[in-house]
Design a protein around this ligand. Sequence first.
Ligand SMILES: CC(C)(COP(=O)(O)OP(=O)(O)OC[C@H]1O[C@@H](n2cnc3c(N)ncnc32)[C@H](O)[C@@H]1OP(=O)(O)O)[C@@H](O)C(=O)NCCC(=O)NCCS
Length: 156
Amino acid sequence: MPAACTIREARNQDLDALAELLGLLFALEADFAVDAARQKAGLELLLQPGQPRLALVAVSSDDGAGRILGMATAQVVVSTAEGGPALLVEDVVVRPGSRGQGIGKALLARIEAWGLRLGASRLQLLADRDNAGAHDFYRACGFEPTNLVCLRRTLP
Ligand SMILES: CC(C)(COP(=O)(O)OP(=O)(O)OC[C@H]1O[C@@H](n2cnc3c(N)ncnc32)[C@H](O)[C@@H]1OP(=O)(O)O)[C@@H](O)C(=O)NCCC(=O)NCCS
């Protein structure tokens, strides 16, 4: 990761920048639609204190403004297969001009450290089947494919 980049927990003041990043992500994923109002509503829930949720941002310290270069979130789920907590990782995205410098990997490492402190035994996530770059990234970060497929039903 660049020396002039730090990772911290996201704050409410970051909402616009985070929604913009999620717009980049969801534009790539066929199953999701870019909708800044919904993305902000989801982020506000993630940022509520006292919940087993983590929203991280990678921030440039090059300029005084602290530009947000990337983000990742995680939520605790209880896995009966594992007999304990596991983490659902979502919203992993780095600004196009800042990719390939270790920022994504550093965000996942911080999520892993948080999960270990909570006693989680694994990280899990979904990736678009056509997003070969993301698959390579996750493989480089130690993730392995599974035999599971994702099913969903939208409620009225
Ligand atoms: C996927 C993404 C988050 C990776 O972030 P990044 O900061 O560029 O990744 P890093 O620089 O930390 O790379 C970590 C490792 O993954 C590898 N990697 C990253 N992107 C890769 C790609 N597109 N193709 C092949 N390998 C890649 C790197 O070579 C590096 O490997 P190493 O540790 O062995 O040197 C970023 O490309 C991105 O935002 N993509 C668009 C959004 C997206 O697809 N998110 C995932 C949704 S499931």
